[in-house]
Design a protein around this ligand. Structure first.
Ligand code: CA
Length: 224
């Protein structure tokens, strides 16, 4: 079955071009030209991935994403945005987006990210990972510390899986980008700091000890 991608984009020419390329790659593509239509389509058709423009008539991409997440929808969302400063990136993460492509983007870059996100959702793995009091079930995507259940976004989950598969190993930022993002990330690698910060907040919410340690100038390590 072809993966279904919902493209929410109001620039008709860009939408047409991206749709053509994605179709050529073997995806089934639906295009919505405004936020409200996009949200309705997302809810009714349950796409495998959403490519979501930030600036949309009716309902912004950010708001659309937030509303989807509010109802527990975990579909991978890649924001298409001309905005590239840190504040905007954080706003996107806050809204529950998994990734960004900054306009103007190359179609190869976009396709690589689509593949990376689809691969992740289509790799069922029921293996459970443990570290200290942290437990993660890859199949059910449940995460907990002790008795406390933790809700993670798709990308936070992927990052934690990667860290838990390499406990006590110092992981460089480049390696994390390559393994977790799954492509040569062209943007600002500060994105890792943002995700690590989010993960720490969630993992330490009840005053638990820090498990993700910073190795200055190098990267991160999962260590008690
Ligand atoms: Ca737009």
């Amino acid at each position: 079955m072809k993966p279904h991608i919902l493209l929410v984009e109001d620039e008709a020419k860009l939408a047409q071009f991206v749709q053509m390329e994605l179709t050529h790659e073997g995806y089934q593509v639906t295009v919505a030209e405004d936020g409200i239509t996009g949200l309705t389509q997302a809810r009714e058709t349950h796409p495998d991935l959403i490519l979501l423009d930030w600036m949309l008539p009716g309902l912004s991409g950010l708001e659309l994403c937030r509303r989807l997440r509010d109802t527990g929808d975990k579909v991978p969302v890649v924001l298409l945005t001309a905005r590239d400063d840190v504040q905007d990136r954080v706003a996107g993460l806050d809204a529950g987006a998994d990734d960004y492509v900054v306009k103007p983007f190359s179609i190869e870059e976009l396709l690589a990210r689509v593949r990376a996100h689809l691969r992740r959702t289509h790799e069922p793995d029921s293996e459970a990972l443990h570290f200290a009091d942290l437990m993660l079930h890859q199949g059910s995507r449940e995460v907990s510390r002790g008795q406390r259940a933790i809700e993670l976004t798709a990308k936070e989950f992927d990052l934690l899986v990667y860290l838990m598969r390499h406990p006590r190993q110092v992981l460089t930022r480049d390696r994390i980008l390559e393994e977790v993002w799954g492509y040569d990330f062209m943007g600002d690698s500060n994105i890792i700091e943002v995700y690590i910060r989010y993960l720490r907040l969630k993992l330490e919410e009840s005053g638990e000890s820090r498990l993700i340690q910073t190795v200055r100038g190098v990267g991160y390590v999962l260590r008690d």
